[in-house]
Design a protein around this ligand. Structure first.
Ligand code: NAP
Ligand code: BGC
Ligand code: ZN
Length: 353
């Protein structure tokens, strides 16, 4: 079968032939429909994040998949069910209490592997296998765009953690700032449509398709070259929620200055090491005296995937059409990894329903 991989020592994807996997006990065989590409996949290609499976000379890419059960193999699924796999699996050393409690998304990096990212092959191949507890059934109507369930699930979890941090009082957020106009930032902006006022930060000149989407969603575009994050509160307004999806490490600190009293910041980026100066006293005092919160959030669980499928079903068609800028056959997989300003969200298509 075709598989889209990155080989050790390379930073561009290749298509190779691999044997079709055989499902083991408790696993289903899934025929892949589509697999999405996000900023993390680019970080995996450049070596900034992730790792190869132990002893392997390549990593099968892709962690945002949707497929059809081809062989249920005694699992609870029927052939033809449309499913989305979660990303994390137990490490080679065996299972641990995070997985035993159904909390794989809360495991630290050394207590899990991530398919297509860190230590385990991903889903970018004609077929993949998965243990049934990591497969989430979605309606057939979502099959073509089901690769968006995983990224949406990331925000379902992050918002759950952010709201949990405000649960001791009647929090009624009105303003939200999303940092980053990549696919995660734009999907998140769309998910915040019950806020009175939304803002989204980028660093692009007009005309730009992401700025058009921000404005069609009713958001205000904030250019970080004009208004740095720590000046947003003065230039626009103090925010109730800041959602960081740039991977720009200074934004983790500056997000706190953008928050109003009782606000919460959710950090999603996975930056590389970067040393810079911070006034720790001001930062610390602002957090305390203004009852602010910062939550970090990574990965997501089955419940977040289920919520994400509902969210995806409610997103307007125009938004999906505008965000998904390309769907490519495996032979053209490298085009799905293009890094230019006309590309927002892409997917590789292996088969159709
Ligand atoms: P992406 O495509 O790389 O998007 C990042 C966006 O942020 C880009 O559009 C980029 O603008 C913008 N940006 C970066 N630095 C900026 C700055 N200083 N000022 C203004 N805009 C800036 O990635 P993504 O797929 O949307 O994901 C966003 C981040 O979340 C990535 O760091 C990714 O690793 C992370 N992530 C984390 C999780 C998790 O579970 N925690 C899940 C998914 C993704 P340009 O395109 O103009 O450069
Ligand atoms: C994936 C998550 C993963 C995270 C860190 C994200 O792009 O969507 O599932 O946990 O990267 O590797
Ligand atoms: Zn991702």
């Amino acid at each position: 079968m075709d598989a889209v991989v990155v080989r050790r020592g390379e930073s561009a994807p290749s298509v190779i032939q691999k044997p079709r996997p055989e499902p083991g006990p408790g696993e289903a065989l899934v025929r892949t429909l589509r697999v999405g590409v996000d900023g993390t996949d680019h970080e995996v290609l450049t070596g900034g994040h992730g790792e190869f499976p132990a002893g392997a000379d390549h990593l099968v890419l892709g962690h945002e998949a949707v497929g059809v059960v081809a062989e249920p193999n005694g699992t609870r699924f029927d052939a033809g069910d449309v499913v989305v796999p979660t990303v994390r699996r137990p490490p080679a050393s065996g299972t641990n209490h995070y997985f035993e409690r159904g909390l794989a998304d809360m495991a630290p990096p050394d207590m899990c592997v991530e398919r297509g990212i860190a230590g385990a092959h991903g889903f970018m191949a004609d077929y993949f296998t998965s243990a049934e507890e990591y497969l989430v059934r979605i309606p057939d109507s979502l099959a073509s765009m089901g690769f968006l369930v995983e990224p949406i699930s990331i925000t379902e979890k992050a918002l759950e953690l952010a709201y949990a941090s405000r649960s001791s009082f009647d929090w009624d957020p009105k303003s939200a700032l999303v940092l980053g106009n990549g696919p995660l930032g734009l999907l998140t902006l769309a998910m915040l449509d019950d806020y009175d006022r939304t803002y989204c930060l980028g660093r692009r000149d007009r005309p730009d398709p992401t700025i058009d989407i921000i404005e069609e969603l009713g958001g205000t575009y904030v250019d970080s070259r004009v208004t740095p994050v720590d000046e947003v509160a003065d230039e626009y307004e103090p925010m109730d929620l800041v959602y960081e999806a740039t991977g720009h490490a200074k934004h983790a600190i500056e997000a706190v200055a953008a928050l109003g009293p009782c606000g919460v910041g959710a950090l999603l980026g996975v930056p590389e090491s970067w040393t810079f100066e911070v006034d720790g006293g001001d930062f610390h005092k602002d957090m305390v005296m203004n009852n602010k919160a910062l939550v970090g959030s990574v990965n997501s669980g089955v419940g977040h995937f289920e919520a994400a499928a509902d969210t995806l079903a409610g997103l307007p068609d125009w938004l999906i059409d505008d965000i998904v800028t390309g769907v490519f056959d495996p032979v053209n997989a490298s085009r799905a990894f293009a890094d230019d300003e006309t590309t927002i969200k892409t997917a590789v298509q292996f088969s159709t329903l």
